[in-house]
Design a protein around this ligand. Structure first.
Ligand code: UT7
Length: 325
């Protein structure tokens, strides 16, 4: 079996910063509540003329440079996003055109906050099978476009950003295992009611604020802890490893309390958990993607390290990958 690894990473965060103090002026909340309940201090927001593909393109160029590949070397682009530029075409086609990836096939996937883990797992299969050599995976979200800025339960949580990775065949290490899960029976815990074919845009859906994220945070919190811990254990078992073998966990960044409760379940020390939630909030598929990129840039990932990607989100969907760097 071919070994498949991540040979380059990149990211792009929009320039505008929205702090908890700024939010205090918008809804009935406080920096203290947001910090203690979520671990978030600030988040990035797109400018008026910026959309998902703009962020994805910048992250992609950086990942290609890190991988020392040219856009023409790409065989496939997979973008994980729930906030694409428009219903269609896909964000991946917009990226393909902008960077000049003339040879690449393209598609987007919808797996919310687990999107990057799902896309990395999909990319791995294409390379293992021998169909493609170099695959670009991007996690990008403009959650500010679907956030109800009048709802304090959700608007303090989300942010915008993009992370990218290039996957290719490697001589040693690589992705040792992947595990993906889902439970559509819990679809109503986190969703956007309108804007699709069930409830197309109408005056009524707009008046009722149905194009924004609706979330039952409490229920999700408990499920996130259980299912992320379970995903880690299953993926590690598949790789023939144990929690103590992990050098660094790159978790989805929804809430610092979720991450720490998961770490406690797995008996993992805090210094083995990578966090960027304080700076960026929850960026759905872009959270794990940017966290992986930043951990690499900061020297937290060294050759031979065992890395665990672990994510959970709307659907519900969840998953984990064990990677030997
Ligand atoms: O991305 C993957 C999927 N997402 C998640 O996994 C998110 C999971 N959920 C969470 O992270 C947490 O549940 C939240 C951060 C969303 C909420 O934290 P919580 O500790 O579960 O708070 P809660 O929903 O139980 O609310 C506690 C109180 C409520 O007031 P009462 O009813 O006790 O008087 C809320 O109204 O906090 C209130 N509250 C706020 N207060 C100040 C909710 N949002 C805010 C706010 N500022 N922004």
């Amino acid at each position: 079996m071919k070994k498949v690894g991540i040979i380059g990473v990149g990211e792009y965060l929009p320039k505008k910063v929205l702090t908890n103090k700024d939010l205090e002026k918008m809804v009935d909340t406080s920096d203290e509540w947001i910090t203690t309940r979520t671990g978030i201090k600030q988040r990035r927001l797109v400018a008026k003329n910026e959309a998902a593909s703009d962020l994805a393109i910048k992250a992609s160029y950086q990942a290609l440079e890190d991988a020392r590949l040219k856009p023409e070397d790409l065989d496939l682009i997979i973008v994980a996003s729930i906030t694409g530029d428009m219903p269609f075409p896909s964000v991946s086609c917009l990226v393909q055109n902008a960077i000049g990836a003339k040879k690449a096939a393209c598609f987007d996937i919808s797996a919310a906050c687990a999107g990057f883990v799902y896309a990395v797992t999909i990319a791995k299969q294409f390379i293992e099978s021998g169909l493609y050599k170099n695959v670009l995976v991007v996690g990008v979200e403009v959650l500010s476009s679907v956030t109800d800025w009048k709802d304090r339960n959700t608007c303090v949580l989300f942010g915008d950003g993009a992370g990218a990775a290039v996957l290719s065949q490697v001589k040693s290490g690589g992705i040792l295992s992947s595990y993906l899960g889902s439970d559509g029976s819990k679809k109503d815990l986190l969703y956007i009611p309108a804007g699709g074919s069930r409830l197309p845009v109408s005056k009524e859906t707009i008046d009722n604020r149905m194009h924004y994220i609706k979330m039952q945070g409490n229920e999700l919190f408990k499920l996130a802890v259980t299912l992320m811990a379970e995903a880690a254990q299953i993926a590690l078992k598949k790789a023939g490893l144990d929690c103590k073998d992990i050098d660094l966990v790159i978790p989805h960044q929804a809430n610092i309390r979720i991450i720490m409760a998961m770490a406690k379940k797995l008996k993992l020390p805090e210094d083995k958990i990578y966090l960027n939630i304080a700076k960026y909030g929850n960026m759905s598929s872009a959270s794990t993607a940017t966290a992986l990129c930043e951990a690499k840039k900061e020297g937290r990932i060294k050759k031979g390290d065992i890395i665990l990607l672990d994510a959970f989100g709307a659907g519900l969907v969840w998953g984990a990958c064990v990677i030997k760097w």
